[in-house]
Design a protein. Structure first.
Length: 123
């Protein structure tokens, strides 16, 4: 039986092309500890907003790179052999196949860019 996680992951596209993307409104409305919302599709990729506090599970994506960019707060991106500490206006790309997890000691708002086909829970 697959493991259950307490994440609210909205994979639907919230904003169409030529529509204003309102990140502050999404942040203000959010009441959850781990929330992801797909903002828009860009060719074969998507931009997602993550509003997070706590730890995500260890996982990897066999076929997809993943970019994390912090807007507010602090995000740690743990790899098996190192940790990136991301502060506002800092980001890192995790290559496909690399085992990783993200964690935030306080409420953190981040932008993620990844393929539209990615399963955020990992492969």
């Amino acid at each position: 039986m697959p493991e259950k996680y307490n994440y609210n992951q909205q994979m639907n596209i919230k904003y169409d092309h030529l529509e204003l993307v309102d990140v502050p409104a999404i942040v203000a409305e959010n009441k959850e500890k781990w929330f992801n919302q797909t903002l828009t599709r860009i060719n074969d990729s998507v931009a997602r907003i993550g509003i997070v506090e706590g730890e995500y599970h260890w996982h990897k994506h066999d076929d997809d790179d993943e970019f994390f960019f912090v807007l507010e707060g602090k995000l740690y991106v743990d790899l098996e052999d190192k940790t990136f500490e991301l502060n506002p206006m800092q980001g890192v790309t995790v290559s496909k196949g690399v085992v990783h997890r993200t964690r935030a000691p306080e409420k953190t708002v981040m932008l993620m860019v990844e393929t539209a086909a990615i399963d955020p829970l990992g492969d």
